[in-house]
Design a protein around this ligand. Structure first.
Ligand code: CA
Ligand code: CA
Ligand code: CA
Ligand code: CA
Length: 646
């Protein structure tokens, strides 16, 4: 007998599965082509058919090129390196005990989350792997691993004698991990989004204890500082992303959680954090977060947050407000927010046309579920426009997608996409190349820490002649269980980049003009030591329309309303300064709770502060009476969520 409640649940599922297929207009040219067959054909050594999860992009072998570390769940972790001669990817973590990468395989660990960053300040990134052996939540039967290159090979620091009794070997079932330079020292902490079971397994933050360590002897003592940093909360941890989200340069942390509100941890500047998710309107407490990433979609210099909710509405939270009040509003369109069994979410300019795309990796879960791609284009004086693109062969409707990462492994200036699969079926990895935009210009910027490592969490701004400033954050962990390449990738289309600014997590910054010869290249930018600040650049910095150089040599928004008091026409005399421009509107008075619309022709409700229960994406679905019900409330599904899906 099928009960009516079960039927309702099934209807929801059927809608999840088929609505995206019916609604995708797919008029554009396909974005991705599969190249797995030539780049990484499935085989036992390099691309085994196994359960894989997260992917981190880091320089594992220290040769200056980036590799992809893939978390293997029921098989070894893989380290995929691009072989330039044979134009294919090979796994350098080979099954040979004499290999320096042998320990990275860690066949016993059920690895899901992975992230890399320099925790000890030697300029080389360590690799943190989160394992979830035999547990969905709470205590796991196997420790996480923190691999450091030492004594000619990778070794696990958590297994060192000194760390055995420091309560740092995270034996909890968690999900995502990410790197955060919480004090701007260039020595990173690992943020671990554990999945709590009651009062077991709060979020953890593990870093080197400098006083207890002796770097000259290779002794690295680790501490869990989650308590003192104020992030040791109990929740169903899922996605984590790090960067100057509401701070200008300090690294903040955003977590999208399951069975509980999200966290937006504002960095207080002293290594502690305060959760401001409620004030910012990003708690989304009824939804179950998965993949998350940061991007500045409207190019106002403020980071926006985009994430997927498991079979719930996906969010595109645009950051509003001044530097003191941090508020976000969900601008996801109906198509964009369409619930799906989502895993990783990536924002990147895949076709180098200088507008960002958002890639949703969906897991085929009780039926097929295609991956989807949207372009989010900036609009002058309006919220960005969202259009669905044809994802091409990366749709993989039967793919059991569990993770994905971008990097440009063959160095042609166009991003490549790796998708991992697992969970409910063993599938090999797949590799995609972008078909579109081969004639567009690009620029790749790699900032380094004071120790020479990748500056995860640093902010990179590129100013252009026509499309304004483009802002990127060097990824310290995003997607879902993943970490993208430590590179700020800028598509330029036919535009010209005029100068670049980098802001490190300690507030240090540099600005320098770009020469024509630097377009279509990779720029390494070193941490400023102080001497180079005095140098006078040979060519002048051009900030572009609406921006001017300030006394510190940085491009800043011009306040046209103050500088040119009569800049607005008499029929629209009210001037509002905006980032890179200004707005003029008619003088209209509105009653409390309302504000004039953009042109001052009418009063509209003020952008509310979404106190937390529902945000606009939910309300848009009110036509479908079932949507406000989260799937977890439907009988028969909650137990599956609790036990089956990682
Ligand atoms: Ca390398
Ligand atoms: Ca290191
Ligand atoms: Ca923004
Ligand atoms: Ca694009």
């Amino acid at each position: 007998m099928i009960t009516s409640a079960t039927q309702q649940g099934m209807m929801v599922l059927w809608m999840c599965v088929f609505l995206p297929v019916l609604s995708a207009s797919q008029r554009s040219e396909p974005m991705f082509s599969v190249v797995t067959g030539t780049m990484l054909p499935p085989d036992y050594d390099n691309n085994p058919t196994q359960l894989n999860y997260g992917v981190a992009v880091t320089d594992v072998d220290d040769d200056g090129e980036l590799e992809m570390f893939v978390a293997g769940y029921n098989g070894p972790n893989l380290v995929l390196k691009y072989d330039k001669q044979n134009k294919r990817l090979v796994n350098i973590a080979v099954d040979n005990r004499s290999s320096p990468f042998y320990a990275l395989r860690d066949r016993q660990g059920n690895a899901i989350g992975v992230t890399a960053c320099d925790i000890d300040g030697d300029g080389r990134e360590e690799i943190y792997v989160l394992n979830t052996n035999n547990a969905f939540s709470g205590r796991a039967t196997y420790s996480d691993k923190l691999f450091k290159f030492r004594n000619g090979r990778f070794e696990d620091l958590l297994n060192d004698d000194i760390n055995e009794h420091r309560d740092v070997a995270n034996r909890m079932a968690g999900r995502s991990v990410a790197c955060v330079d919480r004090k701007g020292t260039g020595r990173y902490a690992i943020y671990i989004a554990n999945y709590a079971s009651g009062n077991v397994a709060p979020h953890a933050l593990i870093e080197m204890d400098e006083a207890a360590s002796d770097l000259s002897k290779g002794v690295i003592a680790l501490s869990n500082v989650a308590d003192q940093a104020g992030v040791n909360k109990f929740t169903g941890g899922r996605g984590v992303v790090v960067g100057p989200i509401i701070n200008q340069y300090l690294s903040d942390v955003f977590c999208d959680n399951e069975y509980g509100p999200n966290f937006l941890f504002k960095n207080n500047g002293d290594g502690t954090f305060t959760d401001v998710a409620q004030q910012a309107g990003v708690e989304d407490p009824m939804q179950h977060g998965r993949g998350v990433t940061l991007a500045d979609f409207n190019r106002d210099g403020k980071m926006d947050i985009v994430y997927g909710n498991w079979n719930g509405p996906h969010r595109l939270y645009l950051q509003l407000g001044s530097s003191r009040k941090h508020r976000f509003k969900d601008i996801a369109s109906q198509k964009f927010s369409m619930p799906s069994p989502v895993r990783t979410v990536i924002a990147a300019d895949f076709d180098n046309d200088n507008e960002l795309e958002v890639f949703f990796n969906n897991i085929a879960y009780r039926g097929s579920s295609s991956n989807r791609l949207f372009r989010v284009s900036r609009r002058e004086h309006g919220d960005p426009q969202i259009e669905e693109l044809n994802v091409g062969e990366a749709a993989e409707p039967e793919g059991r997608g569990t993770g994905a990462a971008v990097t440009d492994f063959d160095g042609d200036g166009r991003l490549d996409l790796l998708v991992s699969h697992g969970e409910s079926a063993a599938q090999p990895l797949s590799i995609y190349k972008v078909n579109q935009g081969s004639r567009n210009s690009w620029l790749r910027v790699i900032p380094r820490t004071q120790f020479g490592a990748y500056a995860r969490g640093a902010k990179v701004v590129v100013y252009t002649k026509r499309s304004g400033p483009h802002t990127r954050v060097i990824d310290g962990g995003s997607g879902y269980l993943c970490e993208m390449e430590p590179v700020a990738h800028f598509g330029l289309g036919k535009d010209t980049a005029t100068n670049v600014e980098v802001y490190w997590p300690d507030g240090k910054s540099i600005a320098r003009p770009l020469e024509a010869s630097e377009i279509n290249t990779v720029l390494e930018i070193l941490y400023p030591t102080g001497d180079e600040e005095e140098e006078t650049p040979e060519i002048e910095i051009e900030c572009g329309n609406g921006f001017a150089l300030n006394e510190n040599g940085r491009c800043t928004d011009e306040d046209e309303c103050t500088q040119f008091p009569s800049v607005c026409p008499t029929d629209r005399p009210v001037c509002t300064n905006t980032y890179g421009s200004y707005k003029c509107r008619a003088n209209k008075r509105c009653s409390q709770g309302f504000e004039p619309n953009d042109d001052g022709s009418a009063c509209v409700a003020q952008v509310a502060y979404f106190g937390g229960t529902q945000s606009s994406g939910v309300r848009r679905w009110s036509g479908l009476s079932l949507w406000p019900l989260s799937l977890s409330l439907l009988p028969g599904l909650s137990s599956h969520l609790q036990t089956g899906l990682l």
